[in-house]
Ligand binder design. Structure first.
Ligand code: SF4
Length: 646
């Protein structure tokens, strides 16, 4: 804990930075942002865990960076001064390291708040860096090969200049796997004395690194290693900042669970073959095929998840594979360390399914490409987060635009393992945007509701036509199902006088095309509900076709069993999930202070008198509501300039 005078100084300096220094460099004064920064400073100095829900446009990144830099300035020398920032998207990591930190570093030094530049570094898993020894071997193998394209060769040789595989344009997945840093460096590696990866690790742990940035999975991998008294991945740190914190529970589900795609078993066959175990490789291939046959989905099945059922046939095949892998690992010393490690890991994961381990929810994932993956999701991910992150006593700031649902932090606290934490504080910073004047909400009246059927594609297309004409295109239409979206688009095509684009599954490039067109309509689902910016007039009408309730899966079915009744489960889990996603979707409407947009929700359950009307309204910004298309047209006419209608 820090003395009161340091805390006071940090607060005073935050006021100076946000009220004088940054406005002098073009940033607006936002009282909610300043309050947010003060809350974060308190958490850092007073050893709290702060849950900070930050509305669109608050400027939360500047708030936590300023709070963190001021903590570093005044923190006791005995504490590790490095800040750890965990995020979930590469885009945000890039923005923090290339834009936010250089900007603050420059102006805080000019003003005398800081004495030296801020040094930040991105930390990623070893498989994202090149191993010099493996790179040399691969380069030698492709140098004179005519079967490898010039582009692939160029990508491999570009790694002589930098070791970050994500920055190597044109690097194939195969080459990536061939040249990445291995799970264990072999003894006697010929390159170990001038290995760039080892130099990078030494640099990442050096005293002059002020900020280390990683993703949630890496943060948790580090926390798990610390708990197991293994070498940590990150440099020691005292302050943790988790941005996009609503995604931390999903990362915990992955990190505390286990999964194995069947293709990994096929990969093991190839590995055993290379390690001169042709018999073991052949037998494993035969058993893997037998196992794949008894896991096959039904003929009509698309991408889906199914609870794992241990049939006698599956049990018998699993037993055979496990015995085979155990035998293959013997005698000790006959295989490389990496192969033995992989065999042991596979046996461990498959045993969870063979033994029907009740600590996990066991399920099978079938993807569109035909890959079958066995997944074991931990039933105690929240408790493990408590143990690995919050019980360390480290101060932490968790922030996101969608931490609270319906104004409550109850569900996120539950999922993060912070339900009973006495260190935890909640804070909401509301968006500074003028929704009252810049936004209008269209929801159907109870009369319209009576004649509506949310599954009737013709009816939805007819409603959309009216709205699209009122807004003159410039629309983003969000769906919860690709199939339904395709059927509605079919009905709309050729009946609206604006370009109509459909961002189907895996077709995110369509979003870029939409951004180039002045008055187009983008129909989208999946990832377009969050994380994509549509500033300006590009999206002046946002339509939510159906309320985004979560699709049931084996993990949610297991969660449901923890509630005494279906009703309680729906209000404690399903409705907050819908509200969070709805807020993410509606967040696409207004991205800057000058944006104006009409938001339409066509789901009858959101209409006045509808079952979820109150839950929906709680999640939407304070703005006028209408059920008249003429009001929408009038709103657009009043807010947009003449160019908009050309
Ligand atoms: S020490 Fe490890 S990472 Fe470095 S060159 Fe050798 S095997 Fe590769």
């Amino acid at each position: 804990m820090k003395s009161t005078s340091s805390l006071k100084k940090a607060h005073a300096q935050a006021n100076h930075i946000f009220r004088e220094l940054l406005p002098a460099h073009g940033l607006a004064v936002r009282p909610a942002q300043i309050e947010l920064c003060h809350e974060m400073i308190d958490a850092m100095f007073l050893g709290r865990v702060a849950l900070c829900d930050a509305g669109v446009g608050i400027g939360k990144t500047h708030a936590y960076l300023v709070a963190g830099l001021l903590w570093q300035k005044y923190c006791p020398r005995s504490l590790p001064h490095t800040l750890t920032i965990s995020t979930s998207s590469v885009a945000l990591q890039d923005a923090i390291i290339k834009e936010y930190i250089p900007f603050l570093s420059e102006f805080l030094q000019m003003d005398g708040v800081l004495n030296s530049p801020v040094r930040a570094i991105i930390r990623k898993g070893r498989e994202r860096y090149a191993c010099d020894q493996r790179l040399l071997l691969r380069q030698a193998a492709v140098r004179d090969s005519e079967r490898v394209s010039e582009r692939r060769k160029a990508a491999l040789f570009a790694l002589d200049r930098q070791i970050d595989l994500d920055a190597a344009a044109g690097l194939s997945a195969f080459d990536r796997a061939q040249v990445c840093v291995p799970a264990g460096c072999p003894h006697g590696c010929t390159e170990q004395h001038h290995c760039r990866y080892m130099d990078f690790l030494a640099d990442a742990r050096s005293a002059d690194v002020d900020i280390q940035i990683c993703n949630h999975n890496y943060l948790l991998a580090d926390a798990i290693r610390r708990r197991q008294a293994e070498n940590p991945l990150l440099k020691d740190y005292h302050i943790l900042i988790v941005d996009e914190a609503h995604k931390l529970p999903e990362a915990a589900r992955q990190m505390y669970g286990k999964s194995i795609p069947l293709s990994e078993l096929t990969g093991l066959c190839a590995l055993l073959q290379r390690e001169h175990r042709p018999l073991a490789a052949r037998r494993l291939r035969a058993e893997t095929e037998r196992f794949a046959n008894c896991l096959k989905p039904g003929p009509e099945q698309e991408e889906c998840e199914q609870a794992f059922d241990l049939t006698p046939e599956r049990k018998e095949t699993l037993n055979a594979i496990i015995a085979l892998l155990r035998r293959a690992a013997r005698p000790a010393g006959s295989l490389t360390y990496g192969t033995i490690h992989q065999l042991e890991r596979t046996v461990e994961t498959l045993s969870l399914f063979r033994d029907r381990d009740t600590k996990y929810v066991l399920y099978i994932h079938y993807d569109q490409a035909g890959e079958i993956t066995l997944n074991a999701a931990s039933r105690s991910a929240a408790a493990q987060l408590t143990r690995d992150l919050w019980q360390t006593g480290r101060p932490a700031v968790l922030t996101s635009g969608t931490l609270a649902a319906g104004g409550s932090f109850t569900r996120i606290r539950q999922r993060l393992g912070l339900e009973r934490s006495s260190r935890c504080r909640e804070f909401s910073a509301h968006s500074p945007f003028d929704y009252e004047h810049h936004c209008m909400l269209y929801i159907p009246s109870s009369q319209q509701v009576k004649s509506m059927d949310g599954k009737d594609t013709g009816q939805i297309a007819a409603q959309l036509r009216g709205l699209l004409r009122a807004a003159h295109g410039h629309a983003l239409v969000l769906f919860t199902s690709y199939l339904f979206m395709g059927e509605v688009c079919e009905k709309l095509r050729g009946t609206v006088p604006f370009p109509l684009l459909e961002a189907g599954r895996g077709k995110q490039q369509v979003v870029q095309q939409f951004k180039q067109l002045p008055n187009a309509i983008l129909c989208a689902a999946g990832p377009c509900w969050e994380g994509i910016d549509f500033p300006g007039d590009m999206v002046s009408l946002l339509v939510i076709v159906r309320l985004p309730f979560p699709t049931p899966d084996p993990v949610s079915e297991a969660e449901r069993e923890q509630y005494p009744s279906l009703h309680e489960y729906i209000s404690a889990s399903i409705v907050p999930q819908m509200q969070t996603k709805l807020r993410q979707g509606v967040g696409r409407a207004i991205r800057t202070e000058t944006d104006t947009c009409a938001v339409a929700i066509l789901d009858s359950r959101a209409a006045i008198g509808g079952r979820y009307h109150a839950a929906v309204r709680k999640e939407l910004p304070p703005c006028p509501v209408t059920d008249s298309l003429e009001d929408v047209a009038q709103f657009i006419r009043a807010r947009k300039g003449p160019d908009y209608f050309l």
